[in-house]
Design a protein. Sequence first.
Length: 420
Amino acid sequence: MSIVSKAALTAMLALGGVATVAVPAIAAPAQKKGKEGEAPALKVGEDFRKAAMAAQTALQGGDTATAETQLAAAEALIKNDDEKYFAAQLRLPLEARKKNVPGMKGALDVLLADPRTQDKPRLMFVRGDIARQEKDYAGALQYLQQAQQAGYQDENLQLMIAQTHFDMNNSQAGVAELEKAVQAKKAANQPVPDAWYDLAVAKLYAAKDSAGVSKWLKMQLNDYPNAKNWRRSLLVYRDSAQLDNQGKLDLFRLMRQTDSLADQNDYLEYADIAYRVGLPFETKAVIEEGRKKGKMPATALAQLHNDAVTAIKNEGSLASLEGPAKSAANGKAAAQLGDAYLGSGNYAKAVEFYKLGLQKGGVNTEEVNLRLGNALVGVGNRAEASTAFDAVKAMPKAEIATFWKQWLATPATGAAAAAN
């Protein structure tokens, strides 16, 4: 994936106008120097001067063919650096009009090496783009950074530097430059393209930088909190964080709440994990929800559904487990019952027993607080849910809690949470 636009090409083509290049004065045979306060006139031979001036006149008149003929004649007569410099001043816009990148490259190299050249920052930018086209990424980075240091202003410059770092397999440097481009967009109150976030996440994911992946996913969700991005973000985070089944289950619950379970495969994986960790109530509820929402056929996952129903019958009703959970010496049974109620969609009961589990102690407080927050979202208590998520401090649960808080902070999802 690339984020570099055709802005550099546009800048190159702009050089096709002679007026964009500072064409120096050519001394006539008797002229030795410019007027007081002006740059010295170039010292050139008479034959070169005539051909070069004819080329310039043709170029200004839009007669590219004549300009090429006259300039080629002038170049054949070059005897000093002044003549070489003036010829390059004409060669650059001529080659730009012809869209001849190799020809532009030669002229640019001459002009950038000469201290008399004006508008060097833009020429560095164009030269860097040519180097990128040639896959000379080290050269491209040098020219682009020089253009930046010289104060060249173009919104694509930062992106091109970032992309060049990526092309050199330096993901960290590329992401750092891309973040600067994001900050510049936001400072200008302009929208950040969704593709920029996609690129950063892809590069950080490939580099196995789970913290970086999480950071950029949250940045993306802050700007584009749609179901598609939620699903992709949570799945990418899950894979980069290498979660165990309990962690995956917590993430699937957030996907369920955000309506970002996409198809039968999502529901199958979610239901299967719930069943394997001993939550048949959740397995049954998830499968039935997927069928009801039309995410899979009415008879899909029949065997897993039947297995869950059988397990539920063998366990008895959840209500029958409340007494033992309340009388237990610690909160483990209460927390487990909270899990079962959460999975079956009885959020009020889940809140009750998660709180009981925390009160009795002997439980994984990180896990219970995360799931308590989930249940509180379900009953529409957003403020208390946020407090529960704040209590989750250890990774990777804390990262999942942060995703929950971000979802709660989005106005549209806040309304959805209140409606549940």
